[in-house]
Ligand binder design. Sequence first.
Ligand SMILES: [Zn+2]
Length: 232
Amino acid sequence: MILTLTRLLNAIWSFCFPRFCPGCAVEMTPYEDPCCLSCQSQLAFTHFEKYPINPVFQKMQLLLPVEYAATMIYWEDDAVIQKIIHQLKFGGQESLGSWLGSLLGQRLQKSPFKSCTAIVPLPLHVKKQKIRGYNQNQKVCEQLAEWLNIPLLENAVFRSKNTVQLSNHYHIDRFKEMKSAFQLNLDLDLKAPHWLLVDDVLTTGATLQSCGQALLQYPNAKLSIVTLASRM
Ligand SMILES: [Zn+2]
């Protein structure tokens, strides 16, 4: 009787407030959150966090000195992960950041990334953040900090240059555009931090290189990098 009543209430709730999957736009059941089970099953996890030497580490190591580097999910154009990250960044679906941060935290819990001492979300320029209303990396990092029990330092570095949309640039131009785009916060009081820099998508690595260089200006600092997804 109670079960039937619960189902009835769920059906009424879904009818009045339908929720659509950010991955495939199909209406979700009350038990699916924040995307449908079919889309969740399509996420292609890399498992790179288990292996200190992996393709993302090898790529980032060419750009700056990193202790560890990994990405959680293989990026594919038009795949579920692209649609989910698009909704996170441009569709106002901030809660997707918390969900992805939780998935990432669970994976990094038993990995070398646990030795990091401060989590840093890659910052947006203040103007861009004002338009978007939030920094998607901040939402990811809030969950990550809880799972790893590592402090979140959202003000460790800031974006001093409002760069143009990089997807329209050729590879070499991206590095030029990103040069000196970030500045370290000089008011920090830390001892030899091991930064864990977090971004949504790794493409050329130009943005992460620029931000990582700013963080490495801190005395005796070490740097590790993780992203939600990466083009391979
Ligand atoms: Zn879906």
